[in-house]
Design a binder for this molecule. Structure first.
Ligand SMILES: CC(C)(COP(=O)(O)OP(=O)(O)OC[C@H]1O[C@@H](n2cnc3c(N)ncnc32)[C@H](O)[C@@H]1OP(=O)(O)O)[C@@H](O)C(=O)NCCC(=O)NCCS
Length: 322
């Protein structure tokens, strides 16, 4: 009898326990690597990245990261997170990721993990959301194709809500079809584009914090860190050197584009298009092949106007009112 048919027909005995750093290797190898997750995130969740999103996420506590063990093998895990510092959102907590080995599909393992994570975060919150735990998140919601997770959530009293859209850009394809309108050529503009130098990192986060949000400022930080693959492109006024806009690449995750924002008084002048184009070209020069424009929602038309051949991935927001 195959492992999967045995699992479907017999009760599945699992033990839930707090994750330990040494679990990361087997979770990556036995659960993440054989899942379709990379198709939804655009990158492989390596051990290093899995660690960054769990033990390395300052808002994930020991109670929030739970593994399921069967016959001394880890067969699944759940990661919850509560962003205490986020003004206005402190009553919402998130299930960052729920994953189980294929042999445990249609068993109660997923439901047990979910219930354990809900209990871990429940004392302080009134609402739960799946994914979307910015600034450090992996999924903006449940991928539309992931009916297994949707079933577990539905049976646990969660409700499906609005759509969330991400765009996947093939950088080579974009470069081949690239069109920058003459009116948007940088030489004719009063702004210049560059990668934010170390000396201006504080100005960049100050600009984001002031014009956008503290959450976006935190989300952008990893793109400014030396030693990581990301970068933050900025548009600056040629005359005053003031920052007019920013675009982060590789901030939340490898290959992810965003956040991006233009000074409120300088929108509609082509700066956003130029920053996007500049960022895509630098990313291509650095060997990136795909850029993921995650959770773009109402800005999807802005991006697809600039890069018309993006692949669209739909996610669904799921919530549970406690
Ligand atoms: C979205 C944003 C980055 C666009 O930057 P911008 O400098 O104003 O955009 P541009 O002037 O380069 O516009 C480029 C093209 O996109 C179009 N466009 C601009 N904003 C748009 C929007 N919100 N929706 C659809 N199309 C848009 C423009 O009409 C222009 O088209 P054209 O070249 O055919 O004339 C800017 O409005 C912004 O900072 N918004 C708030 C932050 C935000 O939402 N960031 C994106 C998060 S996913």
């Amino acid at each position: 009898m195959s492992e999967s048919s045995r699992a479907a027909s017999e009760p599945f005995s699992v033990t839930l326990r707090a994750a330990r750093p040494e679990d990361i290797t087997s979770l990556e190898r036995d659960v993440v690597a054989i899942s379709p997750l990379a198709a939804y995130t655009g990158f492989a969740l390596t051990e290093e990245e899995l660690h960054r999103h769990t033990f390395g996420d300052p808002d994930v506590t020991v109670q929030d990261f739970i593994v399921a063990e069967a016959q001394r093998r880890v067969v699944g895990f759940v990661v919850g997170v509560h962003r205490h510092w986020k003004a206005g959102r402190e009553t919402t907590a998130f299930i960052k990721l729920l994953m189980i080995h294929p042999s445990c599909h249609e068993t109660s393992v997923g439901a047990q993990l979910l219930a354990a994570a809900e209990t871990a975060v429940r004392p302080t919150v009134t609402k739960l959301e799946f994914g979307s735990c910015s600034p450090t998140y992996l999924l903006p919601g449940v991928p539309e194709q992931d009916s297994a997770t949707a079933t577990i959530l539905r049976q646990a009293g969660w409700k499906a809500s609005s759509e969330r859209l991400s765009l996947f850009l093939d950088i080579g394809d974009y470069a081949a079809a690239r069109k920058v309108k003459p009116k948007h050529e940088p030489a004719t503009c009063d702004f210049a584009l560059k990668i934010a130098p170390a000396g201006r990192h504080a100005d960049v986060t100050g600009f984001i914090d002031h014009h956008f949000s503290v959450s976006w400022a935190r989300e952008t930080l990893p793109a400014l860190e030396p030693g990581r693959d990301g970068f933050c492109a900025i548009a600056v006024c040629r005359e005053s050197d003031d920052i007019l806009g920013f675009a982060a690449v590789g901030a939340s995750n490898p290959g992810w584009f965003g956040p991006m924002g233009i000074h409120p008084q300088r929108r509609g002048e082509g700066i956003g298009r130029q920053l996007f184009d500049y960022s895509a070209r630098i990313a291509g020069q650095r060997g990136m092949r795909t850029m993921v424009l995650s959770w773009v929602n109402d800005k999807a038309s802005f991006y697809s106007g600039i890069a018309p051949r993006c692949r669209l991935q739909t996610f669904r927001k799921w919530v549970k009112i406690l």
